[in-house]
Write a protein that binds this ligand. Structure first.
Ligand code: HEC
Ligand code: HEC
Length: 265
């Protein structure tokens, strides 16, 4: 009976899902939070810690450290730089996990479990209950430009002009001059820069839309900035096509030096 009531509450939550947590803090029923806590302690705490500080028993054994939820800072979002993630972003992170890190996909958990987890992990940071953080500015990845050699070439020109290569390298292999010095995230942990020519190294960026979101929103808490205010929407779609082509091996870096590539422009 209790399970049935819980499932009903969770379903109502899912029904309004996407509408909560964007304009104002969400206010989930107590039962949902209790359920979220139970699942979290069992499934997530070994990495993220019972208090959500990212210090679970497994954390010392892995290189990319689990997120400290008390900071209220999240990398993969559909919201503008500095904003909190939406409930749907957190739901997606739990469902997909992060490639090339210890965080697996939890798509085998029921939607009710995942919804309850979203609500529960938000309780670790006061940012989520602060009305001043809302409304969140959501970026809609619409208006993609069809993939073509012309679009990819324009994207490469933007990649060079915006100096993505300072970190990612001219070839996208993650060997830019800034990367040689090494990166740390806001929590003081070392982070790796992915080889953008290797689909196994990127954490989330797979579709053109994912890629567009990464450099439009920036990855909060990491050195990866947002380019929303410095590039037009059209430029960002050409750039997304170029990165997509790099990741999926459609257009490979052709071995030219930075000087040669610059002189082509
Ligand atoms: C085996 C370890 C492990 C487990 C278990 C785990 N995570 Fe993670 N999680 C990580 C790591 C590592 C990261 C950091 C990824 C990064 O920085 O790119 C992370 C990051 C996250 C993020 C932050 C994403 C962002 O955008 O910054 C969320 C949300 C998250 N985990 C939720 C969960 C939930 C909920 C569970 C339980 C269902 C869970 N994780 C279980 C290792 C784990
Ligand atoms: C100051 C250094 C820096 C600059 C400049 C930079 N990046 Fe990044 N980028 C990073 C770091 C560091 C990461 C890895 C972050 C992480 O995983 O925590 C990253 C990750 C990425 C990812 C992979 C995300 C994933 O799913 O794993 C893409 C795609 C990307 N950057 C594209 C770009 C593009 C395009 C530009 C230029 C418009 C750019 N970056 C400029 C540092 C930089």
């Amino acid at each position: 009976m209790k399970a049935k009531i819980l499932a009903t509450i969770a379903c109502i939550g899912l029904f309004i899902y996407g509408f909560t947590g964007i304009d104002q803090p969400s206010n989930p029923p107590k039962e949902v939070l209790e359920h979220g806590k139970k699942v979290f302690n069992y499934v997530c705490a070994p990495c993220h810690g019972k208090d959500g500080k990212g210090d679970g028993v497994v954390s010392s054994t892995i290189f990319v450290k689990p997120r400290d939820f008390t900071s209220g800072i999240f990398k993969f979002r559909s919201t503008e730089s500095g904003n909190l993630p939406t409930d749907a972003d957190l739901y997606e992170s739990i469902s997909l996990g992060f490639h090339n890190t210890a965080m697996p996909s939890f798509s085998q958990l029921t939607p009710e479990d995942r919804y309850a987890l979203v609500e529960y992990i938000k309780t670790f940071s006061e940012r989520f209950s602060n009305p001043k953080e809302y409304p969140l500015n959501v970026v809609m990845p619409t208006g993609a430009i069809p993939l073509s050699p012309e679009s990819i070439a324009k994207g490469r020109e933007i990649y060079l002009r915006m100096k993505c290569w300072e970190c990612h390298g001219v070839s996208g292999k993650g060997d830019g001059p800034a990367a040689q010095r090494g990166f740390k995230d806001d929590w003081g942990n070392k982070i790796l820069i992915p080889d953008l020519t290797n689909p196994n190294e990127v954490k989330r960026a797979s579709t053109v839309e994912d890629i567009y979101l990464v450099f439009t929103t920036g990855l909060n808490g990491s050195p990866m900035p947002s380019y929303k205010d410095v590039l037009t929407d059209e430029e960002r779609w050409h750039l997304a096509n170029y990165i997509y082509a790099l990741i999926h091996g459609i257009a490979l870096y052709d071995g030219k030096t930075i000087e040669e590539l610059k002189s082509e422009q």
